[in-house]
Design a binder for this molecule. Structure first.
Ligand SMILES: *Cc1c(COP(=O)(O)O)cnc(C)c1O
Ligand SMILES: [Zn+2]
Length: 428
Protein backbone atom coordinates (compact mmCIF):
# COMPACT_ATOMS: atom_id res chain seq x y z
CA UNK A 1 0.00 0.00 0.00
CA UNK A 2 1.28 3.46 -0.85
CA UNK A 3 1.98 5.53 2.24
CA UNK A 4 1.10 9.09 1.42
CA UNK A 5 2.96 11.82 3.21
CA UNK A 6 1.62 15.31 3.73
CA UNK A 7 -0.18 16.50 0.60
CA UNK A 8 1.38 19.34 -1.33
CA UNK A 9 -1.57 21.59 -0.58
CA UNK A 10 -0.71 21.46 3.11
CA UNK A 11 3.07 21.67 3.11
CA UNK A 12 4.42 24.43 5.23
CA UNK A 13 1.08 25.38 6.76
CA UNK A 14 -0.05 24.37 10.23
CA UNK A 15 -3.56 23.08 10.69
CA UNK A 16 -5.91 23.98 13.50
CA UNK A 17 -7.68 20.87 14.72
CA UNK A 18 -8.37 21.99 18.26
CA UNK A 19 -7.01 19.66 20.95
CA UNK A 20 -5.50 17.26 18.36
CA UNK A 21 -1.73 17.48 18.81
CA UNK A 22 -0.21 14.89 16.46
CA UNK A 23 -0.68 11.52 14.83
CA UNK A 24 0.67 8.61 16.79
CA UNK A 25 1.29 5.02 15.66
CA UNK A 26 -0.85 2.51 17.50
CA UNK A 27 1.89 -0.11 17.17
CA UNK A 28 5.20 1.68 17.86
CA UNK A 29 4.15 5.09 19.19
CA UNK A 30 6.06 7.00 16.46
CA UNK A 31 4.64 10.52 16.18
CA UNK A 32 4.14 12.65 13.07
CA UNK A 33 2.50 16.06 12.55
CA UNK A 34 -1.22 16.18 11.71
CA UNK A 35 -1.72 15.53 8.01
CA UNK A 36 -3.60 13.29 5.58
CA UNK A 37 -1.55 10.21 6.48
CA UNK A 38 -2.83 6.97 7.92
CA UNK A 39 0.07 4.51 8.14
CA UNK A 40 3.27 4.73 10.19
CA UNK A 41 6.38 5.39 8.12
CA UNK A 42 8.39 3.26 10.58
CA UNK A 43 6.27 0.12 10.89
CA UNK A 44 3.14 0.59 8.67
CA UNK A 45 0.95 0.45 11.79
CA UNK A 46 -2.26 2.54 11.84
CA UNK A 47 -1.97 6.15 12.96
CA UNK A 48 -4.41 7.66 15.43
CA UNK A 49 -4.94 11.09 16.92
CA UNK A 50 -2.96 12.05 20.00
CA UNK A 51 -4.43 14.87 22.07
CA UNK A 52 -3.36 17.38 24.59
CA UNK A 53 -6.16 17.48 27.16
CA UNK A 54 -3.90 18.72 29.94
CA UNK A 55 -5.48 22.16 30.16
CA UNK A 56 -8.97 20.86 30.96
CA UNK A 57 -10.55 21.16 34.37
CA UNK A 58 -13.08 18.34 34.82
CA UNK A 59 -16.04 20.34 36.09
CA UNK A 60 -15.48 23.23 33.68
CA UNK A 61 -15.32 20.76 30.81
CA UNK A 62 -18.50 19.03 31.95
CA UNK A 63 -20.32 22.38 32.08
CA UNK A 64 -19.01 23.37 28.68
CA UNK A 65 -20.21 20.09 27.19
CA UNK A 66 -23.63 20.32 28.82
CA UNK A 67 -24.07 23.88 27.53
CA UNK A 68 -23.10 22.81 24.00
CA UNK A 69 -25.36 22.12 21.00
CA UNK A 70 -27.55 18.99 20.85
CA UNK A 71 -25.20 17.27 18.40
CA UNK A 72 -21.67 15.85 18.34
CA UNK A 73 -20.08 19.31 18.51
CA UNK A 74 -20.89 19.51 22.21
CA UNK A 75 -17.79 17.26 22.44
CA UNK A 76 -15.63 19.46 20.18
CA UNK A 77 -13.09 19.92 23.02
CA UNK A 78 -12.40 16.16 22.75
CA UNK A 79 -12.35 15.89 18.95
CA UNK A 80 -9.88 16.74 16.15
CA UNK A 81 -11.82 19.81 15.02
CA UNK A 82 -11.34 23.58 15.33
CA UNK A 83 -13.12 25.34 18.17
CA UNK A 84 -15.50 27.16 15.80
CA UNK A 85 -16.67 23.94 14.11
CA UNK A 86 -20.31 24.39 15.14
CA UNK A 87 -20.62 27.43 12.85
CA UNK A 88 -19.49 25.66 9.66
CA UNK A 89 -21.79 23.99 7.12
CA UNK A 90 -22.10 20.47 8.41
CA UNK A 91 -24.96 18.02 8.92
CA UNK A 92 -24.47 18.26 12.69
CA UNK A 93 -25.22 14.62 13.49
CA UNK A 94 -25.43 12.97 16.88
CA UNK A 95 -27.22 13.38 20.21
CA UNK A 96 -29.48 10.55 19.12
CA UNK A 97 -31.89 8.92 21.50
CA UNK A 98 -30.84 6.54 24.23
CA UNK A 99 -34.06 4.56 24.57
CA UNK A 100 -34.78 2.75 27.85
CA UNK A 101 -35.98 -0.52 26.36
CA UNK A 102 -38.11 -1.98 29.15
CA UNK A 103 -40.28 -4.12 26.88
CA UNK A 104 -37.28 -5.66 25.17
CA UNK A 105 -35.64 -6.11 28.59
CA UNK A 106 -38.67 -8.09 29.77
CA UNK A 107 -38.53 -10.35 26.70
CA UNK A 108 -34.81 -10.96 27.13
CA UNK A 109 -34.89 -11.25 30.91
CA UNK A 110 -32.66 -8.22 31.53
CA UNK A 111 -33.23 -6.73 34.98
CA UNK A 112 -30.26 -4.38 35.28
CA UNK A 113 -31.54 -1.81 32.74
CA UNK A 114 -31.45 -2.24 28.98
CA UNK A 115 -30.97 0.68 26.59
CA UNK A 116 -30.94 0.99 22.81
CA UNK A 117 -28.73 3.78 21.46
CA UNK A 118 -30.68 4.53 18.30
CA UNK A 119 -28.36 6.00 15.70
CA UNK A 120 -30.91 5.61 12.93
CA UNK A 121 -31.87 9.15 14.04
CA UNK A 122 -28.87 10.71 12.30
CA UNK A 123 -29.23 12.92 9.18
CA UNK A 124 -28.64 10.08 6.69
CA UNK A 125 -30.07 7.45 9.04
CA UNK A 126 -26.92 5.70 10.15
CA UNK A 127 -24.07 6.19 12.57
CA UNK A 128 -21.78 7.06 9.62
CA UNK A 129 -22.72 10.75 9.79
CA UNK A 130 -20.64 10.96 12.98
CA UNK A 131 -17.41 9.78 11.37
CA UNK A 132 -17.93 11.70 8.13
CA UNK A 133 -18.44 14.93 10.08
CA UNK A 134 -14.92 14.56 11.51
CA UNK A 135 -13.38 13.60 8.18
CA UNK A 136 -15.01 16.63 6.55
CA UNK A 137 -13.32 18.98 9.01
CA UNK A 138 -9.96 17.30 8.35
CA UNK A 139 -10.56 17.57 4.58
CA UNK A 140 -11.26 21.28 5.00
CA UNK A 141 -8.11 21.74 7.08
CA UNK A 142 -5.94 19.91 4.52
CA UNK A 143 -7.38 21.74 1.52
CA UNK A 144 -9.13 18.81 -0.16
CA UNK A 145 -12.12 19.64 -2.36
CA UNK A 146 -13.27 16.12 -3.30
CA UNK A 147 -14.58 13.71 -0.70
CA UNK A 148 -14.46 10.01 -1.41
CA UNK A 149 -14.76 6.64 0.30
CA UNK A 150 -15.04 2.92 -0.09
CA UNK A 151 -18.35 1.95 1.43
CA UNK A 152 -20.57 -0.96 2.41
CA UNK A 153 -23.50 1.40 1.76
CA UNK A 154 -24.18 3.76 4.64
CA UNK A 155 -20.88 5.60 4.36
CA UNK A 156 -21.54 6.45 0.71
CA UNK A 157 -24.79 8.19 1.64
CA UNK A 158 -23.21 10.00 4.57
CA UNK A 159 -20.33 11.26 2.39
CA UNK A 160 -22.69 12.32 -0.41
CA UNK A 161 -24.87 14.32 1.95
CA UNK A 162 -22.00 15.91 3.89
CA UNK A 163 -20.28 16.93 0.66
CA UNK A 164 -23.49 18.45 -0.70
CA UNK A 165 -24.02 20.48 2.46
CA UNK A 166 -20.41 21.65 2.69
CA UNK A 167 -19.96 22.43 -1.02
CA UNK A 168 -17.46 19.65 -1.77
CA UNK A 169 -17.41 17.42 -4.83
CA UNK A 170 -17.97 13.76 -3.96
CA UNK A 171 -17.16 10.53 -5.75
CA UNK A 172 -17.80 7.37 -3.77
CA UNK A 173 -17.29 3.66 -4.42
CA UNK A 174 -19.55 0.77 -3.40
CA UNK A 175 -19.94 -2.92 -4.25
CA UNK A 176 -22.27 -3.05 -7.28
CA UNK A 177 -24.88 -5.29 -5.59
CA UNK A 178 -26.01 -3.27 -2.56
CA UNK A 179 -29.59 -2.81 -1.31
CA UNK A 180 -31.66 -0.35 -3.35
CA UNK A 181 -32.22 1.85 -0.29
CA UNK A 182 -28.48 2.31 0.13
CA UNK A 183 -27.87 2.98 -3.56
CA UNK A 184 -30.61 5.62 -3.82
CA UNK A 185 -29.51 7.19 -0.55
CA UNK A 186 -25.95 7.46 -1.87
CA UNK A 187 -26.96 8.87 -5.26
CA UNK A 188 -29.66 11.35 -4.31
CA UNK A 189 -27.29 14.06 -3.09
CA UNK A 190 -25.93 14.57 -6.58
CA UNK A 191 -22.38 13.29 -6.18
CA UNK A 192 -20.82 10.57 -8.29
CA UNK A 193 -21.53 6.99 -7.24
CA UNK A 194 -19.47 4.18 -8.71
CA UNK A 195 -20.36 0.48 -8.40
CA UNK A 196 -17.38 -1.85 -8.34
CA UNK A 197 -17.70 -5.40 -9.59
CA UNK A 198 -16.58 -7.10 -6.41
CA UNK A 199 -17.15 -7.11 -2.65
CA UNK A 200 -16.21 -4.40 -0.16
CA UNK A 201 -12.68 -5.71 0.24
CA UNK A 202 -12.20 -5.33 -3.54
CA UNK A 203 -13.62 -1.80 -3.37
CA UNK A 204 -11.26 -0.91 -0.54
CA UNK A 205 -8.22 -2.32 -2.35
CA UNK A 206 -9.15 -0.29 -5.43
CA UNK A 207 -9.40 2.91 -3.36
CA UNK A 208 -5.96 2.29 -1.84
CA UNK A 209 -4.58 2.06 -5.38
CA UNK A 210 -6.38 5.23 -6.42
CA UNK A 211 -4.83 7.14 -3.51
CA UNK A 212 -1.37 6.29 -4.73
CA UNK A 213 -2.21 7.32 -8.31
CA UNK A 214 -2.28 10.83 -9.82
CA UNK A 215 -5.98 10.21 -10.61
CA UNK A 216 -6.74 10.36 -6.89
CA UNK A 217 -4.55 13.33 -6.05
CA UNK A 218 -6.22 15.93 -3.90
CA UNK A 219 -8.95 13.52 -2.86
CA UNK A 220 -9.90 13.02 0.76
CA UNK A 221 -10.92 9.39 1.25
CA UNK A 222 -12.73 9.64 4.53
CA UNK A 223 -11.98 6.07 5.62
CA UNK A 224 -8.53 5.73 4.06
CA UNK A 225 -6.20 8.76 4.05
CA UNK A 226 -8.48 10.63 6.50
CA UNK A 227 -9.12 7.50 8.58
CA UNK A 228 -7.41 8.73 11.78
CA UNK A 229 -9.80 11.72 11.89
CA UNK A 230 -12.86 9.79 10.63
CA UNK A 231 -12.40 7.13 13.29
CA UNK A 232 -12.56 9.64 16.14
CA UNK A 233 -16.20 10.33 15.28
CA UNK A 234 -17.17 7.00 16.83
CA UNK A 235 -16.00 8.22 20.22
CA UNK A 236 -19.06 10.47 20.33
CA UNK A 237 -21.26 7.37 20.66
CA UNK A 238 -19.44 6.51 23.89
CA UNK A 239 -19.60 10.09 25.15
CA UNK A 240 -23.33 10.37 24.47
CA UNK A 241 -24.19 7.04 26.06
CA UNK A 242 -22.38 8.02 29.27
CA UNK A 243 -23.76 11.56 29.40
CA UNK A 244 -27.29 10.29 28.69
CA UNK A 245 -26.91 7.75 31.51
CA UNK A 246 -26.16 10.71 33.79
CA UNK A 247 -22.37 10.65 33.34
CA UNK A 248 -22.21 6.94 34.13
CA UNK A 249 -20.43 4.13 32.33
CA UNK A 250 -22.65 1.29 31.15
CA UNK A 251 -21.60 -2.10 32.54
CA UNK A 252 -21.93 -3.78 29.14
CA UNK A 253 -22.17 -2.44 25.60
CA UNK A 254 -22.92 -4.42 22.44
CA UNK A 255 -21.36 -2.97 19.28
CA UNK A 256 -21.56 -4.11 15.63
CA UNK A 257 -18.32 -4.87 13.80
CA UNK A 258 -17.59 -4.10 10.15
CA UNK A 259 -13.96 -2.90 10.01
CA UNK A 260 -13.97 -2.80 13.82
CA UNK A 261 -13.15 0.92 13.91
CA UNK A 262 -16.31 1.91 15.77
CA UNK A 263 -15.76 -0.64 18.54
CA UNK A 264 -12.15 0.38 19.13
CA UNK A 265 -13.08 4.06 19.32
CA UNK A 266 -15.96 3.45 21.69
CA UNK A 267 -13.38 1.92 24.00
CA UNK A 268 -11.08 4.92 23.44
CA UNK A 269 -13.96 7.30 24.22
CA UNK A 270 -14.82 5.50 27.47
CA UNK A 271 -11.14 5.50 28.50
CA UNK A 272 -10.90 9.24 27.85
CA UNK A 273 -13.97 9.97 29.98
CA UNK A 274 -12.43 7.98 32.83
CA UNK A 275 -9.07 9.76 32.49
CA UNK A 276 -10.75 13.16 32.35
CA UNK A 277 -12.71 12.32 35.51
CA UNK A 278 -16.06 12.81 33.76
CA UNK A 279 -17.20 9.32 34.79
CA UNK A 280 -16.30 7.07 37.69
CA UNK A 281 -13.44 4.65 36.99
CA UNK A 282 -15.05 1.21 37.03
CA UNK A 283 -14.90 -1.85 34.81
CA UNK A 284 -17.04 -2.16 31.69
CA UNK A 285 -17.31 -4.92 29.11
CA UNK A 286 -17.42 -4.44 25.34
CA UNK A 287 -19.10 -7.09 23.19
CA UNK A 288 -18.69 -7.27 19.43
CA UNK A 289 -21.45 -8.46 17.09
CA UNK A 290 -21.16 -9.95 13.61
CA UNK A 291 -23.33 -11.88 11.18
CA UNK A 292 -22.34 -15.52 10.78
CA UNK A 293 -21.94 -15.00 7.02
CA UNK A 294 -19.18 -12.48 7.69
CA UNK A 295 -17.70 -13.35 11.06
CA UNK A 296 -13.90 -13.18 10.80
CA UNK A 297 -13.53 -11.49 14.19
CA UNK A 298 -15.91 -13.71 16.17
CA UNK A 299 -14.33 -16.78 14.57
CA UNK A 300 -10.89 -15.63 15.75
CA UNK A 301 -12.25 -14.72 19.18
CA UNK A 302 -13.81 -18.13 19.72
CA UNK A 303 -10.70 -19.94 18.47
CA UNK A 304 -8.48 -17.93 20.81
CA UNK A 305 -6.48 -16.48 17.89
CA UNK A 306 -4.78 -13.08 17.80
CA UNK A 307 -4.89 -12.80 14.03
CA UNK A 308 -8.07 -12.48 11.99
CA UNK A 309 -8.30 -14.73 8.95
CA UNK A 310 -10.17 -12.98 6.08
CA UNK A 311 -13.53 -14.38 4.92
CA UNK A 312 -15.62 -13.98 1.79
CA UNK A 313 -18.83 -12.31 3.03
CA UNK A 314 -22.24 -13.85 2.40
CA UNK A 315 -24.90 -12.26 4.61
CA UNK A 316 -27.92 -9.95 4.48
CA UNK A 317 -26.08 -7.66 6.92
CA UNK A 318 -24.30 -5.95 4.05
CA UNK A 319 -23.34 -2.85 6.03
CA UNK A 320 -21.15 -5.10 8.19
CA UNK A 321 -19.85 -7.27 5.34
CA UNK A 322 -16.12 -6.59 5.58
CA UNK A 323 -14.26 -9.88 5.21
CA UNK A 324 -10.83 -8.43 6.05
CA UNK A 325 -11.47 -5.98 8.91
CA UNK A 326 -8.60 -3.53 9.43
CA UNK A 327 -9.21 -3.17 13.16
CA UNK A 328 -9.97 -6.85 13.80
CA UNK A 329 -6.93 -7.58 16.01
CA UNK A 330 -7.59 -4.47 18.14
CA UNK A 331 -11.21 -5.56 18.60
CA UNK A 332 -9.98 -8.94 19.87
CA UNK A 333 -7.69 -7.17 22.36
CA UNK A 334 -10.49 -4.97 23.66
CA UNK A 335 -13.06 -7.76 23.97
CA UNK A 336 -10.51 -9.84 25.91
CA UNK A 337 -9.13 -7.00 28.04
CA UNK A 338 -12.58 -5.81 29.16
CA UNK A 339 -13.95 -9.32 29.73
CA UNK A 340 -16.39 -9.03 26.83
CA UNK A 341 -16.79 -11.35 23.86
CA UNK A 342 -17.40 -11.40 20.11
CA UNK A 343 -20.36 -13.43 18.88
CA UNK A 344 -22.27 -13.92 15.62
CA UNK A 345 -25.83 -14.75 14.57
CA UNK A 346 -27.37 -16.28 11.46
CA UNK A 347 -29.28 -14.22 8.91
CA UNK A 348 -32.50 -15.80 10.20
CA UNK A 349 -31.67 -14.64 13.73
CA UNK A 350 -30.93 -11.16 12.33
CA UNK A 351 -34.41 -10.97 10.82
CA UNK A 352 -36.03 -12.28 14.03
CA UNK A 353 -34.15 -9.67 16.04
CA UNK A 354 -35.19 -6.82 13.71
CA UNK A 355 -38.80 -7.89 14.26
CA UNK A 356 -38.32 -8.30 18.01
CA UNK A 357 -36.93 -4.77 18.40
CA UNK A 358 -39.69 -3.30 16.24
CA UNK A 359 -42.43 -5.22 18.09
CA UNK A 360 -41.16 -4.39 21.58
CA UNK A 361 -39.80 -0.85 21.25
CA UNK A 362 -41.13 0.66 18.04
CA UNK A 363 -37.62 0.90 16.58
CA UNK A 364 -37.11 -0.30 13.02
CA UNK A 365 -33.46 -1.26 12.70
CA UNK A 366 -31.46 -2.09 9.63
CA UNK A 367 -29.75 -5.48 9.50
CA UNK A 368 -26.81 -4.21 11.58
CA UNK A 369 -29.27 -3.52 14.43
CA UNK A 370 -30.64 -7.02 13.97
CA UNK A 371 -27.11 -8.28 14.42
CA UNK A 372 -26.55 -6.45 17.74
CA UNK A 373 -29.97 -7.30 19.18
CA UNK A 374 -29.64 -10.91 17.99
CA UNK A 375 -26.17 -11.22 19.51
CA UNK A 376 -27.41 -9.66 22.77
CA UNK A 377 -30.15 -12.28 22.98
CA UNK A 378 -27.68 -15.08 22.21
CA UNK A 379 -25.15 -13.86 24.79
CA UNK A 380 -27.83 -13.65 27.48
CA UNK A 381 -29.02 -17.16 26.68
CA UNK A 382 -25.47 -18.50 26.88
CA UNK A 383 -24.82 -16.69 30.17
CA UNK A 384 -21.99 -14.57 28.77
CA UNK A 385 -23.87 -11.29 29.12
CA UNK A 386 -25.04 -10.54 32.66
CA UNK A 387 -28.77 -9.63 32.66
CA UNK A 388 -28.47 -7.93 36.06
CA UNK A 389 -26.10 -5.26 34.69
CA UNK A 390 -26.79 -2.01 32.83
CA UNK A 391 -26.55 -2.92 29.16
CA UNK A 392 -26.50 -0.71 26.06
CA UNK A 393 -27.16 -2.12 22.59
CA UNK A 394 -26.33 -0.04 19.52
CA UNK A 395 -28.70 0.27 16.60
CA UNK A 396 -26.53 1.91 13.97
CA UNK A 397 -28.91 2.16 11.01
CA UNK A 398 -32.47 2.52 9.75
CA UNK A 399 -34.63 -0.41 8.64
CA UNK A 400 -36.03 1.58 5.72
CA UNK A 401 -32.67 1.08 4.01
CA UNK A 402 -32.82 -2.72 4.19
CA UNK A 403 -36.48 -3.46 3.46
CA UNK A 404 -35.64 -6.63 1.53
CA UNK A 405 -34.41 -8.24 4.73
CA UNK A 406 -37.97 -8.25 6.08
CA UNK A 407 -39.77 -8.80 2.78
CA UNK A 408 -43.04 -10.66 3.35
CA UNK A 409 -43.90 -8.43 6.32
CA UNK A 410 -47.07 -6.67 5.21
CA UNK A 411 -50.84 -6.63 5.21
CA UNK A 412 -52.69 -8.55 7.91
CA UNK A 413 -55.75 -8.78 5.65
CA UNK A 414 -57.30 -7.16 2.61
CA UNK A 415 -61.00 -6.44 3.03
CA UNK A 416 -63.86 -4.70 1.24
CA UNK A 417 -64.68 -1.29 2.75
CA UNK A 418 -67.54 -2.49 4.96
CA UNK A 419 -68.00 -3.80 8.50
CA UNK A 420 -69.18 -7.20 7.42
CA UNK A 421 -65.94 -7.81 5.58
CA UNK A 422 -63.96 -6.52 8.58
CA UNK A 423 -65.78 -8.95 10.93
CA UNK A 424 -65.23 -11.81 8.50
CA UNK A 425 -61.48 -11.16 8.68
CA UNK A 426 -61.63 -11.90 12.42
CA UNK A 427 -60.12 -8.58 13.49
CA UNK A 428 -62.98 -7.21 15.59
C1 LIG B 1 -20.21 1.11 9.05
C2 LIG B 1 -21.23 0.58 9.96
C3 LIG B 1 -20.92 0.02 11.21
C4 LIG B 1 -19.54 -0.17 11.81
O1 LIG B 1 -18.46 0.02 11.05
P1 LIG B 1 -16.96 -0.14 11.51
O2 LIG B 1 -16.25 -0.25 10.21
O3 LIG B 1 -16.83 -1.38 12.34
O4 LIG B 1 -16.60 1.08 12.25
C5 LIG B 1 -21.95 -0.38 12.01
N1 LIG B 1 -23.23 -0.28 11.60
C6 LIG B 1 -23.57 0.25 10.42
C7 LIG B 1 -25.01 0.33 10.06
C8 LIG B 1 -22.59 0.71 9.56
O5 LIG B 1 -22.95 1.24 8.38
ZN1 LIG C 1 4.72 2.53 13.88
Amino acid sequence: MAVQTVASSTSGSTVDLGPAAALSCRECGHRVPLGPVFACEECFGPLEIAYDFSAYDTEELRKRIEAGPANIWRYAPLLPVPADVAGKPNLNPGWTKLVKADNLARELGVTGGLYVKDDSGNPTHSFKDRVVAQALEAARAFGFTTLSCSSTGNLAGAVGAAAARAGFRSCVFIPHDLEQGKVVMAAIYGGELVGIEGNYDDVNRFCSELIGDPAGEGWGFVNVNLRPYYAEGSKTLAYEVCEQLGWRLPDQIVVPIASGSQLTKIDKGLQELIKLGLVEDKPYKIFGAQAEGCSPVSTAFKAGHDVVRPQKPDTIAKSLAIGNPADGPYVLDIARRTGGAVEDVTDEQVVDAIKLLARTEGIFAETAGGVTVGVTRKLIESGVLDPTKTTVVLNTGDGLKTLDAVAGTGLTATIRPNLESFREAGLA
